[in-house]
Design a protein around this ligand. Structure first.
Ligand code: NCD
Length: 387
């Protein structure tokens, strides 16, 4: 079969190192199968799952279940993180050595930041020994427990206690020190604040082994979105101010932020219909990532095209040591074809994800993945009847 890619970009399959596929435990939100279909539709050929499932991915048994389900039912390559502590409760370190052997590509506290410095120190030492990256969630949940949006003008308007930027920045600073002290590789997840970017910039300058990712929603929209989208704009860390968005964009363009990762966090409409304080944090991101990257960064000239592609492919793959994100001779192809000029409107009802929680509904975007290939097989084709 001949694929006509005239005027399109043919790039390595995209790699998303931050997705929540909800299995085991919450199949009503997403399954590994539906999540991987959403990934394929977004141009991604590989993903790294987060461990805040039920049970958490904290044992070899659960990790193996996720990886095998990915192999069996996944449209794309499904890799997985493992939890730093049992139940992501921050109390007892998991058996990192066994989990690493069983295929965990990173250890993370995604879901709930580990606060105990002693446990964290042991975790970083073990990660250094195993040469596996730590992925840090960086949210000080003790700071504010009841806020839904960034603490500032808009949270005040809404009578929301707000989530302060300082909560994120304190943990970024702390974890950079742990990485510096132990020599472990540290990956900062979903950086959302200007001072967070600055802390990472400084750490890199003095040689700390730190990498970082930004999520499309954090470089695309500000905390003002809370007024427009309500619970659909409720995400962790929260959408921040215009200055923060500018700093995240700057961090991406200068290379301080290495990767774009979606933090795809599906929740049901019923859950997102709860009152603000009770609605869960998170939004789906796999099917809008390319559109937002091109519309907000590449087309306006804020990020070079090749940098954008690197941040969606080889950089995240390298951070997690994945055999993905590059095109190699003699290997079956993982490829995405992107139409950089395709204009489309975000319609959540057409998502392949089980969930529709997005603040981007109705937004006009320019740029879309139109075909995804994994191991030489087409797993998504915009122009075929089945999609
Ligand atoms: C995450 C989720 O739903 O799993 N949500 C999010 O807003 N990023 C969990 C979390 O990071 O709080």
């Amino acid at each position: 079969r001949v694929i006509d890619a005239t005027g399109l970009l043919v790039v390595p399959g995209l790699v998303d190192i931050h997705v929540h596929f909800r299995e085991p435990g919450f199949p009503q939100k997403e399954t590994i199968q539906t999540g991987s279909l959403a990934a394929a539709a977004g141009g991604f050929s590989a993903v790294v799952c987060m461990p805040n499932t039920k049970p958490a991915i904290d044992t070899v048994e659960t990790l193996t279940y996720v990886l095998q389900t990915g192999k069996r039912h996944g449209a794309v390559k499904v890799f997985s993180s493992a939890a730093m502590t049992y139940g992501i409760e921050g109390q007892i370190l998991t058996d990192m050595e066994s989990l690493r052997k069983a295929g965990a590509v990173t250890f993370t506290d995604d879901g709930r930041t580990v606060m105990d410095p002693g446990i964290l120190y042991d975790c970083f030492c073990k990660a250094a020994e195993l040469d596996v990256p730590i992925s840090s969630h960086c949210e000080d949940h003790r700071f504010v427990t009841s806020g839904s949006f960034n603490r500032g003008k808009f949270s005040s308007l809404l009578g929301d206690p707000g989530i302060p930027a300082l909560g994120e920045e304190l943990i970024i600073a702390r974890d950079i020190l742990f990485a510096e002290e132990t020599g472990a590789r540290l990956h900062i997840q979903h950086v959302s604040t200007a001072r967070g970017v600055q802390l990472i910039r400084e750490a890199k300058a003095r040689g700390v082994r730190v990498t970082a990712e930004a999520a499309p929603h954090h470089f695309s929209i500000t905390d003002e979105q809370a007024l427009l989208s309500g619970t659909m704009a409720k995400v962790n860390p929260p959408l921040r101010t215009e200055q923060d968005v500018e700093a995240v964009v700057q961090g991406l363009s200068e290379g301080t932020l290495d990767a774009i990762a979606t933090d795809h966090a599906p929740h049901t409409i019923a859950e997102k219909s709860h009152p603000l304080e009770r609605a869960p944090f998170g939004l789906v991101g796999l099917e809008t990532a390319v559109g937002l990257t091109f519309t907000k960064l590449v087309h306006p000239g804020k990020l070079q095209l090749m940098d954008a592609i690197s941040k969606l492919t080889i950089n995240p793959a390298n951070i997690m040591g994945l055999p993905a994100g590059r095109l190699e001779e003699g290997h079956a192809a993982d490829i995405a074809i992107i139409d950089p000029n395709k204009e489309w409107i975000v319609e959540p009802d057409t998502f392949h994800s089980k969930s529709r929680n997005t603040p981007f509904s109705g937004m006009k975007l320019k740029g879309k993945a139109v075909l995804t290939m994994v191991n030489g097989n087409i797993v998504y084709d915009e122009n075929s009847p089945s999609g």
